[in-house]
Design a protein around this ligand. Structure first.
Ligand code: ZN
Length: 188
């Protein structure tokens, strides 16, 4: 297992559509192990592979710190196959957009279909934080960020702020990760 760098807005790779995993092999298992390590270190409750710059449809999640019933989970090629008309609002954040939190409205419940790490096809119904989190992560696989669900005014302000920081640190949207970002933040 190894810690990997999390890519940060405005890194263009965050806008890529990730490819379905064709075969769950050693590389995917190693990726998943690194994703868990990086996610716990951040710390975060969910991570999509593209946030490590890997355009594969893989998501890790662990809601156990937030909810009693959570446990570490891997979703390979996850699909939302049903969404409720009922909606709910959660304050979301993202490891690729550090220190920004905004209310996002999404379907309150979804049904998902995915493969687990053994390649078994599974279905699950999600509500509450799980529903929000899996929708946030599936968005990542489609190149969508939570700021796409807020007002354009707010989104433009956030993108501008991160673009400025990236320029100042010479990252220009191909950033190496959070370390460089936090240093820039400390410098003000
Ligand atoms: Zn995110």
């Amino acid at each position: 297992m190894a810690l990997r760098d999390i890519i940060i807005l405005p890194d263009k790779r965050l806008r890529k559509v990730s490819k379905p995993v064709a075969r769950i092999d050693e590389d995917i298992r190693a990726l998943v192990a690194d994703m868990f390590e990086t996610m716990y270190d951040a710390p975060g409750i969910g991570l999509a592979a593209i946030q490590l710059g890997v355009p594969q449809r893989v998501v890790t999640m662990d809601l156990s710190k937030k909810e009693d019933h959570g446990e570490p989970a891997v979703f390979i090629n996850p699909e939302i196959v049903w969404s409720s008309e009922e909606r709910s609002v959660y304050e979301e954040g993202c490891l690729s957009i550090p220190d920004i939190h905004e209310d996002v409205e999404r379907p309150a419940r979804v049904k998902i279909r995915y493969l687990d790490l053994d390649g078994t096809l599974k279905e699950a119904e999600a509500d509450g934080l799980f529903a929000t989190c899996i929708q946030h992560e599936v968005d990542h696989l489609n190149g969508v960020l939570f700021i796409d669900h807020i007002s354009k005014l707010k989104r433009d302000r956030i993108v501008k702020k991160f673009t400025k920081v990236a320029k100042r640190t010479g990252l220009r949207g191909e950033g190496r990760g959070e370390g460089a970002y936090s240093q820039a933040q400390t410098r003000g």
